[in-house]
Design a protein around this ligand. Structure first.
Ligand code: PBG
Length: 331
């Protein structure tokens, strides 16, 4: 319903752009600190708590460092952290047992953070890649990524995370049937209030490169993830995946990567009206941060890139810029 626009000079769009106050008054979308989820990398490998070269400004943190980050998040008004472990290579096996060890790095970090900052929401990643000798998100036999066997392992992993105190479980593995299986497992174990943020539309993307460096999976990964992550050419499939995951018990859904998939974000929000998140992934961070550090673009590109997600209809964004943008938004 586009109203009839009176011709110039009755309509001068520039009138409402004249001052910051007027521009703010008629801003159609806003970005708030509470729209952000901050992904952090944790490690307990001696000497691995160092800067990630392909993600300038991002470091792997010890568990104590992660607790300090959680305290900083709370101070800045960030409502949620998402944890990714850089695991000791000697614990990686083909069967990935470390993934559901109640005392694994990620579960210890969740407990430490929830003890120190209970009001902060903690999200965990459900996928086998940090624990897998071959770097894949699923169990592998004869070069095939096994679906149903992987789902069983993922349920065990999700239960251990819920037990450790995770508020939000984030399955990023792209196996079929995992959401329903996890939901049933959580209910049966008495974790009925643990939320699932499904990586529903996750594309097989080269934008994940720096992340794989950060979690130490780059070297291990044999081949690519194209038999389980989505083809970047597809849009209808994303909507079918979101419908499927919501029907299986996902509370929130995610589109990943972000900027190159804004059309998917907009379509998902318009079609389902469910809480919809975008992941501004490591490669997007690296591109923007690299250009900022080189002086090629201004830091304002961060806010501009995040506003795009809000305009596309996203309720929130996972972004490594979360603490930077929180500081900028708070002036
Ligand atoms: C792994 C996982 C990946 C990311 C989040 N969880 C990488 C992958 O699928 O290979 C990527 C996040 C980023 O690039 O920032 N299950």
């Amino acid at each position: 319903m586009t109203p009839i626009q009176a011709p110039y000079p009755a309509t001068r769009f520039r009138r409402l752009r004249r001052t910051a106050a007027l521009r703010d008054l008629v801003a159609e979308t806003r970005l708030g600190v509470s729209d952000l989820i901050w992904p952090i990398f944790v490690t307990d490998v001696p000497g691995a708590d160092v800067a990630v070269p392909s993600m300038p400004g991002v470091s792997r943190l010890t568990v104590e460092g992660a607790v300090r980050a959680a305290e900083e998040a709370a101070r800045l008004g960030i409502q949620a952290l998402c944890l990714f472990p850089y695991t000791d290579p000697t614990t990686k096996t083909e069967a990935c047992e470390e993934a559901w060890n109640p005392e694994n790095l990620s579960n210890r970090a969740v407990r430490a953070i929830k003890a120190a900052v209970p009001e902060l929401a903690v999200m965990t990643d459900v996928a086998l890649d940090p624990y897998n000798a071959n770097g894949h998100d699923g169990l592998v036999r004869d070069g095939i990524i096994l679906n149903d066997e992987t789902v069983e392992a993922l349920v065990r992993m999700a239960l251990a995370q819920a037990e450790a105190g995770a508020d939000i479980i984030g399955p990023s593995d792209m196996m079929d049937g995992r959401i329903g299986a996890m939901r049933a497992g959580l209910e049966a174990a008495g974790h009925k209030d643990v939320a699932i943020l499904s990586y529903a539309a996750k594309y097989a993307s080269a934008f994940y490169g720096p992340f794989r460096d950060a979690v130490g999976a780059s070297g291990a990964l044999k081949g690519d993830k194209k038999t389980y992550q989505m083809n970047p050419a597809n849009r209808d499939e994303a909507l079918r995946l979101v419908a499927r995951d919501l029907s299986e018990g996902a509370d929130m859904v995610m589109v990943k990567p972000g900027l190159a998939y804004l059309d998917i974000c907009a379509a998902v929000k318009a079609e389902f009206g469910a809480p919809t998140f975008a992941y501004q992934v490591s490669g997007e961070y690296a591109m923007l941060k690299g250009a900022i550090l080189n002086g090629w673009v201004k830091e304002e590109v961060i806010l501009e890139s995040l506003l795009a997600f809000r305009r596309a209809g996203c309720d929130g964004i996972l972004t490594y810029f979360a603490p930077d943008i929180a500081r900028i938004l708070r002036g």
